[in-house]
Design a protein around this ligand. Structure first.
Ligand SMILES: NC(=O)c1ccc[n+]([C@@H]2O[C@H](COP(=O)([O-])OP(=O)(O)OC[C@H]3O[C@@H](n4cnc5c(N)ncnc54)[C@H](O)[C@@H]3O)[C@@H](O)[C@H]2O)c1
Length: 271
């Protein structure tokens, strides 16, 4: 049987972390298009303003709700276990179930040229691991019991090409280490939860053209040109290129896929 449009995720509840801008916001919009009710989590629900990202309504919650699904926003820091516990309690109180968890919140903490393996500060390293790895683990742990009880769940974590190969010159080491942890954690959790009808996968994008990236990374002279020359498909990824793969993993199309790390990188040779 082939499912279409809002049938695909109708009746499901998806929690997307770090969804107030960039790739996470794109995931939330795509899953809402497919009929899922949405929880927008972010450490700051107005983070879209920081790099001038334009949204189509006064808030991200409003623009998702405009797609005809129920949507709420929850401000919480995913690297804080207590805040994650409270968030999941609120989600279950409000919706009674959680079906899809997209762990998207993440990113390098600190400056690109201070992220080297030999010299990254303890503070930046711990903060990067907290934001990317601990945040993912805390959310997965809270989602596990409700998903097990209902005998169905879809979890997608966010790694990076930086975890699969070292970037030229060694920048992003702290971030690569944290994201490599996300990949290993994903594989273990997938093994553990498969008997309960829960799939756990992760995606590994290369650079994605978000407002933040264009302003913070591609403002470094020569960086974008050098990177573009390495992409087989010859263009930067848009956020929705990544969200399409999330759609695959959380709908019936991905029913037989678990424990995998999918590269979404346009055939890039080096990150
Ligand atoms: N943009 C890229 O090129 C790229 C490439 C590979 C992987 N990724 C990964 O994709 C994900 C999204 O990237 P993006 O470029 O959209 O990032 P972004 O920085 O533009 O957006 C991340 C969002 O997460 C929120 N956030 C940060 N820390 C949080 C926390 N502790 N708790 C809750 N929310 C938090 C931020 O406020 C922000 O709204 C990240 O995990 C990132 O590492 C991005």
């Amino acid at each position: 049987m082939f499912m279409e449009g809002k049938e695909k995720l109708g009746g499901k509840l998806a929690l997307v972390t770090g969804a107030a801008r960039g790739i996470g916001r794109s995931h939330a919009l795509r899953l809402a298009h497919l009929g899922a009710d949405i929880v927008i989590n972010d450490i700051g629900l107005e983070s879209y303003k920081e790099f001038g990202e334009k949204i189509s309504a006064p808030t991200v919650v409003d623009e998702v709700s405009a797609l005809g699904v129920k949507c709420i926003g929850i401000e919480a820091d995913v690297s804080n276990k207590n805040q994650v516990e409270v968030m999941f309690k609120n989600v279950l109180d409000e919706f009674g179930h959680i079906d899809i968890l997209i762990n998207n919140a993440g990113g390098l903490v600190g400056e690109v040229f201070q992220s080297f393996a030999s010299s990254v500060s303890e503070k930046d390293l711990r903060a990067t691991i907290d934001r990317n790895l601990m945040g993912t683990i805390f959310c997965c742990q809270e989602a596990t019991e409700p998903m097990k009880t209902q005998g169905w769940g879809r979890i997608v974590n966010t790694a990076s090409q930086a975890a699969l190969q070292a970037q030229q010159g060694g920048v992003y080491a702290s971030y690569g280490v944290a994201k490599a942890g996300v990949i290993a954690y994903t594989r273990y959790l997938a093994q553990e939860l498969a008997p309960y009808g829960i799939t756990v996968n992760c995606i590994a994008p290369a650079y994605v053209s978000t407002h933040r990236l264009e302003q913070k990374v591609f403002s470094i002279p020569g960086w974008k040109e050098q990177y573009l020359a390495q992409i087989a498909l010859g263009r930067m990824a848009e956020p929705d290129d990544i969200s399409k793969v999330v759609e695959f993993l959380v709908t019936d199309l991905g029913d037989y896929v678990t424990g995998q790390c999918l590269s979404v990188c346009g055939g890039v040779i080096k990150f």
